[in-house]
Every structure is written in C-alpha cells, then in structure tokens.
Design a protein around this ligand. Structure first.
Ligand SMILES: N[C@@H](CCC(=O)N[C@@H](CS)C(=O)NCC(=O)O)C(=O)O
Length: 237
C-alpha cells in the first residue's frame, strides 16, 4: 500500500534497486508508506549538505518521525520485527540475520560484476571491460549462491511433503528473509534469464518457493501494479 498519509517514508531513487527489498516488507505487511524519490531531499541528505538527523550513509533509508535508518539488511530486519515477520527463537533470529547478510552479499557481488572497472560509473561506460566479471559471476558465483539458498529451504522443509504449499526459510511462517530471498531470485531471473533457466531445474525448492511467494495475494497485486518498477537490467537492480 502506498499513501500520502503514511507515517513511514522510503527514501530511494525512483527505480527498483535495493529499495525493492524494503518495498516488499511494506507491501506484504500491508503497511502504508510514502516514497521520497525527489532528487533534492535525497541530495541534501546524502551528498553531505545536511547535518541534520542521524547520519545514514546511503539509500535506501526509512524514516518515521525523526527515526531514520539505513543499510538494506538492517532496514529489513527492523521492519520484519515491527511487522511480525520475524523468527521466533533466538537461534533462528541470528540464522535469519546470517541468511539476510548472504542475500545482500549476493546482490552486491552481482552489481559489482557490472561495474568491474569503476564501481561508481554506469555499466554502459564499461561494458566490454566488465564482461569477464559478469561471465565469472554467471559461471562461478550464481552456481554457488543458488544451491546455498536451496539448502537453506531444504533444511527447514525436510519433513514436509512434496506437495506442501508453504515453504519458508524458518519455521512455518513468513519472515522478512523470505521476502529478501524472493527479491534476489526475481533479480537473478530478470538479469540472467539463460543462467536462470539452466540452473533452476536443479533447485526445485527454490522454484516452488518463488512461485508460492509470487502468488501471495498482496505481493501478486503489488507486482502487477504500477508501484512496482521494472528492473533496470544493468546489474540485478
Ligand atoms: N550496503 C548498503 C549499500 C547502499 C548503497 O550502495 N546504496 C546505493 C544505492 S542502491 C547508494 O546510494 N550509493 C551511494 C554511495 O554509496 O555513495 C545497503 O545495502 O543499503
């Protein structure tokens, strides 16, 4: 849900990017949020002119009143806890933290592969130079991360029947990490369609998980809506 009355703000550029992890938290929880996409406040806050408020290094940032919080994984953990999308036991809370951090590593590595020469300059100025890094990521890193995610689902769902219609990373209910994992699976499919097709049949739980998650009513409605921006197509973002 998005609303101009919302208490929560999401500060991010008007594109999918890392902001999408955060949007999924609000959308699945059905909590209203307002996007702050205008260059001016973002520039003021993040290009060093603003000395006001808690320092946040980069977007995405959430804001409610004067509470501001950055770092995508931290934001997702925080909103997960606020919205009841949080594992029950302390052991699972820290395991969820581990998995969320690995998901963020994956997207960061994928992004870097598209920016091999200059991490901060557009992909389109370094396409030829960076292609070997992309090839390496496809050949060696996707086939390391995806089986890790598959193994995580297997660990939690080993006792469930083949037909179980709810696969989660922890216990028997949805947590913020399921949403984070869904997002990187969607990003992988979108950015690397050939590698995705070549790999996914080896990971049946991931395939089922993605399908189940995408059919959750709120997520399904969100993905079909104009609020959901397409991937940029230049770094899993
Ligand atoms: N580890 C941070 C990375 C944040 C990040 O790099 N954000 C990008 C946009 S997706 C940005 O604003 N970078 C500007 C900068 O680092 O100066 C996170 O996951 O939130």
């Amino acid at each position: 849900a998005m609303s101009s009355e919302a208490e929560w703000e999401l500060w991010y550029w008007p594109l999918a990017g890392r902001g999408e992890f955060v949007r999924l938290m609000f959308e699945e929880a059905g909590v209203a949020y307002k996007e702050v996409n205008d260059p001016q406040p973002l520039t003021d806050k993040f290009k060093g002119q603003s000395k006001v408020g808690w320092p946040v290094f980069a977007v995405p940032m959430i804001k409610k009143g004067d509470f501001e919080l950055g770092q995508t994984g931290t934001v997702c953990r925080y909103l997960g806890k606020q919205f009841g999308l949080f594992p029950a036991s302390e052991a699972d809370q820290f395991r969820a933290d581990q998995l969320c951090t690995t998901v963020m590593d994956y997207i960061a590595e994928g992004r870097l592969a598209f920016h091999g020469k200059n991490h901060y300059e557009t992909y389109y100025n370094q396409q030829e130079f960076t292609q070997p890094y992309i090839d390496y990521f496809i050949a060696n890193r996707i086939p390391k991360f995806l089986p890790h995610f598959e193994a995580t689902l297997r660990y939690n769902n080993v006792d469930k029947p083949e037909s179980a219609d709810s696969l989660y990373c922890f216990g028997n209910s949805l947590t913020y990490v399921d949403l984070c994992l869904l997002h990187v699976l969607r990003a992988t499919e979108s950015q690397f369609p050939d590698a995705w097709k070549a790999n996914i049949s080896s990971y049946p739980l991931l395939a089922r998980f993605k399908q189940q998650m995408e059919s959750r009513p709120r997520l399904k409605a969100y993905f079909a809506s104009a609020r959901c921006r397409p991937f940029e197509g230049n770094s899993m973002m």
